[in-house]
Design a protein around this ligand. Sequence first.
Ligand code: HDE
Length: 702
Amino acid sequence: MPQRGRTTSNSATLGDQAVQRGVGGETHQVAGGDVASLTTAQGTPVADDQNSLRAGGRGPTLLEDQHFREKIFHFDHERIPERVVHARGFGAHGFFETYESLADITRADIFQRAGERTDAFVRFSTVAGSKGSADVARDVRGFAVKLYTREGNWDLVGNNIPVFFIQDAIKFPDLIHAAKPEPDRGFPQAQTAHDNFWDFISLTPESMNMVMWIMSDRTIPRSFRTMEGFGVHTFRLLDADGKATFVKFHWKPKQGLQSVVWNEAVKLNGADPDFHRRDLWDAIQGGDYPEWELGLQLFDDGFAERFEFDVLDATKIIPEEEVPVRIVGRLVLDRCVDNFFAETEQVAFHTGSIPPGIDFTNDPLLQGRNFSYLDTQLKRLGSVNFTHLPINAPRCPVHHFQQDGHMAFRNPTGRANYEPNSWGPAMGGPREDPRRGFTSFAEPVDGTKSRVRSETFADHYSQARQFYLSQTPVEQVHIGKALVFELSKVETPAIRQRMVAHLRNIDESLAQTVCDGLRLGELPEPAEAAREPIDLAASPKLSIILNGPDSFRGRKLGILVTDGVDAQLLAALQGAAKAEGAKVEIVAPAVGGVAADDGSWIEARQKVDGGPSVLYDAVAVLASADGGTQLAADPAARDFVSDAYAHCKFIAYTTGASPLLEKAGISADLDEGCIAYSDPSGAAAFIARCRQLRFWSREAPP
Ligand code: HDE
C-alpha cells in the first residue's frame, strides 16, 4: 500500500520530475518520529495548515495567504471530465504471457516468444452510468486492455459482449443519448429501462442481436472476474511478409462464467454499490489473482466469403463451433492501482493504438472508433501529451519530433526537431525504420463515394434467434423477464408494441411471453424484416450456465452465526471453504461478534443488516436454539435466508435455524439446495454442492 509522503510507483516512473506527495525533502520531528515537512506545491514549507491568515482572530481573511489560495485553487480543479461513456470503471495491473510463438501468423512482437511476459493494465467499466453510479447496473461491461509491448502500446478496447448495437459509428451519439438519462429530466441514471432507450432500439432493427445479449444475464455479471471479454470487431494479423489472417479476439475467464439474478442485482446496488470493484480489489489484495486466457478465432478470405454474415458487421458473432477459439496466452491481474485517479481515471485507451503485426479491417464501427478516441483523450486529459502520463506511457523507447504542448514531461534534447536533417546519426535524432516499422495490410481499395449500408449487413434477426435458442431454459426465462421488466418501465404503449413486433421475428414463444407479461392483449404483427431470418445451429458456448466453473474457488460463503454457535461446525465449514479456495465472511447480529458454545469468541465482518445474502454466493445459518429464535424476530435475518432462497443459492442450516426458516416462509419448501448441517463431516459435501453455484431447479421454468 502506498503511504502518503512516499512516491507512488506510478509517479516514480517519471523519475526526477515526479511530484512526491508531501515530500519536501526536509523532515522534522513529531511525537513518534520524523515526518516530511508539509509544503506548498512550490515547495515552500508550511507552518500552519489549520488556520487561514486573518487580520485579527475574528477579522477578514487576507488575500496574501498564498498557501490557502493555492490549496483551494487546486481543490477547485480536482475533477476532470468523466468519460462520456464508460465513466464508471475500475482498473488493475498485471501481465500477459504468451504460450507459444505465433510468428507464422503475425509479426506482432508480443506473440513471438513462448513464455514472455508483457506488462498490462485493464480497466473494466459500465457504459451508461456516470462515475458515481452503482456497479451492478444492467449494462454492457467495458473490458479495455492496454498491453505495453516492446513495439508500442496495444489497446484492445473491448466489451464483455461480442456484438454491438449498431453497424455504423455515425449512430453512436444517438445510441448513447438514448441510453443515458433523458435530457429534460436528467434521469434515469445507469438504466436502459426507460422510453428513450427502447424508442431508439425499437426503431433500430440492427440492434436486435445485441438486445438478446443485454437482456440476458451477461449484463449483470457476478464479478469482473467471471466475465468474458471480446475485441468485437474483426481485425487482421500480419506476418513478416505482409500476409494477412482475419482474427477475432476473446478473453476467457479461468474463473468460469457467472452472473447474478436480476432481483439480486437490484438489491446488491443498495447493499454495496461498489460490489464489483470491491470484489476485484479483495481478490487481488488477497493473492487470488484473476486470469483470462486470450483466444483467437483465425480465418481467411475463403471463410469470410462462405460465412452467412459479413465479418465486417459488428452486430454478428462467428460461432465458436464454426471457427474454434485457439488459446494463445494468459492475462493475469496481480496488482491493484496505487492511486485511482493517476491510473484508472487517467488511463487513455485508443483503438488506433496497435503495434506492427496487427491491423484493422473496414468494419465501419471500428473505423469510426479509430477516429474518436484521440479526440476524447484531448477533451478529458486536456493535452496532446497524455501519452506522457505514466499509465499511458509506452514502456519501450519513444523517439519522435513531436514537441511542446501542455504538460510536456518528456522533452527531447539536442538540436534536431525535424527530419530530414543533415546532423548525422549522433545529432540528427531518430529516423524511420522500414524493417521494423508499422505497415498496413496492402488492401486494394476502390469504390464509389456514397452513404450506403452493404446488403451483406441486412440480416438483423437470425443471430438474435440463435443466441436465444442457445440458452438453457432458465436463461431463456431470465431474458423474457428482463424484457418484461424493462418494457414495463416504458411509459409509451406504442414502444412496447414495437419491441414485441421485433421479438416475433426472433422467437414466437419469447414474443408471446413478453406480450403476456406486459398484458398487451393481442400479439402485434411481426416487424418487417429487411431479410427473412434463417435458422442457425445452436451454439452452447453462448450460455453462461453451460460455461460455469467446476469449483467454488474464488467465491464467497456468508455464514450467519449467533451466540452459542457450534464451534466445531463453524470451524469445519471454514476449513472446507478454505480448502476449496473460497472466502468466508462471518455475519452476526452485531459486528462485535458472538460467543461460541465452547466459550471462544467469533468476530464478525458484517452486522446482519449490512451483510445481506446478496453479497454471497452461498450461505450457511449456524444458529443455536436461542439464536434461531432471536434471528426469527429480525427482518434483516429473515431477508438473509428468503433472498438466498429466492436467488437459488445453496443454503446450509443447523436445527437451531428452524424458527428463522419457518418465519422466512421457506421451511415448507426446503429442497435439495437447502442442506441440513449438523455434523462437521458434512462440511465438505456442502461446499462440493456449492460448486454448481446455484440450485437452478428451484426456479424451474413453468
Ligand atoms: Fe467506445 N468509446 N466507442 N466502444 N469504449 C469510449 O473513449 C466510441 C465501442 C469501449 O476504460 C470513449 O476514453 C465510438 C465499441 C470501452 O477507458 C469514446 C464508438 C466497444 C471504453 C468512445 C464506440 C467500445 C470506451 C469514451 C462507435 C466495444 C472505455 C471515453 C463506434 C468493442 C475505455 C474514452 C476505458 C470508451 C467512442 C463503440 C468499448 C468516446 C465513437 C463497439 C471499453 O472515445
